[in-house]
Design a protein around this ligand. Structure first.
Ligand code: DX5
Ligand code: ZN
Length: 218
């Protein structure tokens, strides 16, 4: 696996042809699975049963992004079903460090996500508790929104802080990532890129993944 990771988001896949769409992204590093509860975000997707089936049939490991309230209650179940990484929102957890330790204890990579309006400074002292940090580059809830350049200073600051502390935490971006935006996110320090519409909206998702990889490496 290279230092750059491309994680297509199945939010933009065909929900009734999921197996076929999973097979079309077999060259991806992870499949990004957006779980939404219609409370934390104004949209609803699927829960553990669906994710369990995706886990059983996907050729690539799962990167689960929980956009749900009450992260403590639900996140461990996604680690238990075998997801490679489970990311919860900082805004939706009461004890993020304890939850990260629980997820790691089960064997998943622990991730924490922050919305565009949430500062990153609170994470600086606890970087070691996480395997990945997700900086949202849109307001969470929907695919196909425009990339928010305004998130880049926060990303650069996190990257600098991680370097300063010798941390190997992955820095992930999610929202509006495509061929025209991925380079600036990479420049700011992201190494893990979620892309929904840019991959599944393309005629050839495998080529879109390759183009994103090249765009991030430049
Ligand atoms: C949005 C989700 C994203 C979404 C990204 O809240 O977290 O993962 O699928 O979609 P695009 O890449 O189309 O912005
Ligand atoms: Zn997501």
């Amino acid at each position: 696996m290279s230092d750059i990771r491309i994680n297509p988001s199945i939010l933009s896949a065909d929900f009734v042809n999921m197996q076929a769409d999973l097979d079309r992204i077999a060259t991806a590093d992870f499949v990004h699975v957006d779980v939404m509860d219609n409370h934390f975000v104004p949209n609803l997707t699927f829960g553990p049963q669906m994710v369990q089936r995706i886990q059983e049939t996907s050729p690539v490991p799962l990167d689960v992004h929980l956009m749900i309230d009450d992260a403590e209650r639900w996140a461990p179940g996604y680690a238990e079903l075998g997801a490679a990484s489970v990311t919860f929102h900082l805004e939706a957890a009461t004890d993020p460090i304890a939850l990260a330790r629980t997820l790691r204890g089960i064997g998943a990579r622990a991730g924490v996500a922050i919305k565009p309006g949430t500062p990153a400074e609170g994470l600086y002292d606890v970087l070691d508790e996480f395997d990945q940090i997700l900086v949202m580059t849109v307001e969470p809830g929907f695919g196909g929104q425009s990339f928010m350049t305004s998130a880049m200073p926060k990303l650069s600051a996190l990257a600098a802080e991680a370097r300063r502390r010798g941390s190997s935490v992955w820095l992930q971006v999610d929202g509006g990532i495509g061929e025209s935006t991925i380079a600036q996110a990479a420049e700011a320090g992201a190494d893990t890129f979620v892309a929904g519409s840019a991959v599944f909206g393309a005629d050839d998702p495998a080529r879109a993944i390759e183009a994103l990889r090249n765009g991030a490496a430049r």
